[in-house]
Design a protein around this ligand. Structure first.
Ligand code: GLU
Length: 322
């Protein structure tokens, strides 16, 4: 090989290597929740928007089904997950070192945006004899799998309750996706699920057995929590949303929030928010739980001090954040 050939060859190789790194794909994963909830399709909807512009951004987004809010935040903290969806009450607790995070606040927790509202929903088998929260005493009730935000919220409710306490129920910890069958098979009498509506989970339950949804609006512990905690708000599951439930159900809930670490690249966070703001109407069509969402809603339910710089940039550019 002549020195000229060698020069050409090394230039080509160097060029190829440079080319590889310039166009190297950045892979990101979003931790979600159970497959019949709303987090999982939400992760899918976000990735779909991002992957549409993959050629320009070089970012490939994938989704993982997980145990939910607490798991997602802890796994991001451990550096094993890039993004995750979590309830706004759990995000608040993680940032401030309370509740499940009382050992230490997670200082590097950052918010990308909030998404749909979630409501703490109590579904029971119609023949369980449960007509109100007070009837839960002695019943087999699923409170959420370990690592779910669901479990954290239900425990907080029962800790604040003077009528029904955790020790008064037979608490189960199945995954939410297992609950419709467990309800039908009479392994449980009811289950709590903090989730957006409508969701495949309650459709499954309502289509396989006669269910009812129980309002929590008259429960003193729920009233106290909504009054005291800024991250809780009342909401209504309309009559007719699920088969056989022909009354409105009033209960309280949170916002689902997309979170990450301060170490996440500004480019990835910026591209994520931009891809959703640029295609907002298309994004909204991807799940019925986003029906009433506005761009301004994406900034509700969390302390703006937690916004990741990449998100600040995208929201400002779009004129949504002043
Ligand atoms: N809010 C639930 C949790 O963190 C998950 C809901 C869902 O997957 O849509 O436990």
């Amino acid at each position: 090989m002549s020195s000229f050939d060698r020069l050409i060859k090394s230039t080509v190789v160097a060029g190829m290597l440079a080319g590889t790194s310039a166009f190297a794909t950045e892979f990101i994963t979003i931790g979600t929740g159970g497959v019949t909830g709303v987090y999982y399709p939400t992760g899918g909807a976000i990735c779909r928007m991002m992957n549409k512009v993959k050629k320009d951004t070089g970012i490939k987004c994938t989704v993982e089904s997980t145990g939910g809010s607490v798991y997602n935040i802890k796994t991001i903290k451990a550096g094993e997950l890039d993004f995750g969806i979590a309830q706004s009450d759990v995000v608040y607790q993680a940032a401030n070192g309370t509740g499940k995070f009382k050992d230490a606040p997670y200082k590097d927790l950052r918010v990308v945006m909030s998404i749909h509202p979630e409501l703490l929903t109590l579904a029971v088998r119609k023949d369980s004899g449960i007509k109100a929260f007070a009837d839960l005493k002695g019943k087999v009730i699923n409170i959420g799998n370990p690592g779910s935000g669901n479990e954290a919220t239900v425990k907080m409710l029962l800790e604040n309750s003077k009528t029904v306490k955790l020790a008064d129920i037979k608490a189960e910890q199945l995954k939410a996706a297992e609950c419709p069958n467990a309800l039908k098979d009479k392994k449980i009498d009811g289950y709590f699920y903090m989730v957006g509506h409508p969701t495949a989970n309650f459709k499954d339950a309502a289509n396989s057995t006669d269910i009812d949804l129980i309002s929590l609006k008259d429960v003193p512990a729920a009233q106290k929590l909504v009054e005291e905690k800024s991250y809780y708000a009342w909401g209504t599951i309309p009559a007719g949303m699920y088969k056989g439930v022909d009354h409105d159900t009033v209960t309280y809930g949170v916002k689902a929030v997309l979170v990450t670490s301060s170490k996440a690249s500004e480019k990835a966070v910026y591209s994520m928010v931009k891809s959703i703001l640029d295609n907002f109407d298309k994004f909204k069509k991807l799940h019925p739980a986003y029906k009433n969402l506005t761009k301004e809603d994406l900034l509700k339910g969390f302390d703006h001090k937690l916004l990741h710089p990449g998100a600040v940039k995208a929201f400002k550019e779009a004129g949504v954040l002043k």
